[in-house]
Design a protein around this ligand. Structure first.
Ligand code: S3P
Length: 425
């Protein structure tokens, strides 16, 4: 796809449902008693992979666009799938489902696409094994396909070396099937959607500081879930609104959970003009409309506890930093190397190709802002957030930017290009 700079960017946009919350609503609905009605569901490829996995385990799920009915099987009602479960491109599906499958009374093989088969799974294999699970990497390299043989589990207190909601959630979900309490302590707090939604469905999860503990023994009960718009998708419009002169964009109904709102804090820290309107709560999650207006930006330092709250937004923040005066330093973000692509290497390579002054570091990058960008040929590496990031950078780069594999946005935001285009007309 070819992108050109724009002179106008104004109007309203409603981003699709939050990916993390959409996955969890289907997973928790599947092991709850009763029917979970989901509205605002993200019908992107990743969440459809989650639906397909649970359908293959006998759960009746009716999906029509953003509306989903999950007829839960209860904690012990899943059935052995007849085939290998395919998690597609979705790390969340692979890791969270592994936690649920570890304690079933059947065996399963889990796999995914070429990117999933390169992503690290030892981070869940190790703690689940400590809980008594039998889970192994079939190729023996710590990656999928994974063979999981259901076992009796016992609770543990796991000190996670990484702040990862996928790891934390896999362990807590296994904890639903374990004897005794299960706790996870992380170096920094990662997104807490599992904790909030598990409690909303009637489970007993207590959180203190960077530790979350689940006490088993409670059934999950179906509850309606109204999924807020995804702040990780809204991030592309926040960046676009800040870098295109005279832009003004209102993004409706976005989740602003404090474990996800680092992008708003950093945009403001860089001088960005961002206003929250109509603050509200939906199914245990805080929401707001977000108004962003163009403003000149300055560099900043991003590291430490804020990193997990904006981990998926770092690619677009890096692009935004190219338009800011001064230097932006991103550190403590080595996790970016094991996302859908190596997002540090890919960002540095392509921003450099567009004329930016960027250095790669061990755990992030250093961006010397203020150099004008020009169009370039961008390979998305089939990473949805890379494709959307460069579509945004192209809005204020001289000449044309061509993005290959641009259709990968269907993972999290199938109508992204249409929504972006409408704002510029
Ligand atoms: C997610 C957690 C994050 C994030 C991913 C979704 C989740 O991964 O990058 O896009 O839904 O739990 P990690 O928890 O592994 O950092």
């Amino acid at each position: 796809m070819i992108f050109s700079p724009v002179t106008r960017l104004r109007g309203e946009v409603k981003v699709p449902g939050d990916k993390s919350i959409s996955h969890r609503s289907v997973m928790f609905g599947s092991i709850a008693r009763g029917t979970t009605e989901i509205t605002g569901f993200l019908p992107g490829a990743d969440c459809l992979s989650t639906i397909s996995c649970f359908k293959n385990m006998g759960v009746a799920i009716e999906q029509d666009g953003e509306h989903v009915l999950v007829h839960g099987s209860g904690l012990y009602g899943l059935k052995a799938p007849e085939k290998v479960l395919d998690c597609g491109n979705s790390g969340t599906t692979t890791r969270l489902i592994s936690g649920i499958l570890a304690g079933q009374d059947f065996d399963v093989t889990l796999t995914g696409d070429a990117s999933i088969q390169k992503r690290p799974m030892r981070r869940i294999i190790d703690p689940l094994t400590q809980m008594g699970a039998s889970i192994s990497s079939i190729p023996g390299n710590g990656c999928a396909p994974l063979a999981i043989r259901g076992q009796r589990l016992h609770g543990i207190h796991y000190n996670s070396p990484v702040a990862s909601a996928q790891v934390k959630s896999a362990i807590l979900l296994a904890g639903l099937y374990a004897e005794g309490k299960t706790c996870v302590t992380e170096p920094y707090v990662s997104r807490n959607h599992s904790e909030l939604m598990l409690n909303y469905f009637g489970a007993d999860v207590q959180t203190e500081g960077t530790t979350a503990c689940l006490h088993p023994g409670k059934e999950l009960c179906a509850r309606p879930v109204n999924v807020p718009g995804d702040i990780s998708s809204a991030a592309f419009f926040l960046a676009a609104g800040l870098i295109v002169p005279h832009a003004e964009i209102l993004i409706r109904n976005v989740g602003i959970n404090p474990t996800r709102d680092g992008i708003i804090r950093v945009c403001r820290e860089m001088g960005g003009d961002i206003t929250l309107l109509n603050e509200d709560f939906h199914s245990a999650e805080p929401t707001a409309d977000i108004l962003v207006r163009h403003k000149s930006l300055h560099g900043t330092e991003i590291g430490g506890a804020i990193i997990p709250t904006l981990i998926d937004e770092l690619p677009v923040l890096a692009a935004m930093a190219c338009f800011a005066e001064g230097t932006t330093i991103i550190r403590d973000a080595a996790e970016l190397k094991v996302k859908e692509s190596n997002r540090i290497a890919v960002m540095v390579h392509h921003l450099t190709a567009m004329g930016a002054d960027v250095e790669e570091t061990e755990d992030g990058m250093i961006i010397h802002g203020g150099k004008p960008l020009h169009g370039a040929l961008i390979d998305s590496h089939l990473d949805h957030r890379i494709a959307m990031t460069f579509a945004v950078a192209a809005l204020n780069a001289e000449g044309q930017t061509e993005i290959t594999g641009a259709e990968c946005v269907n993972i999290s935001y199938p109508n992204f290009y249409q929504d972006l285009k409408k704002l510029s007309q």
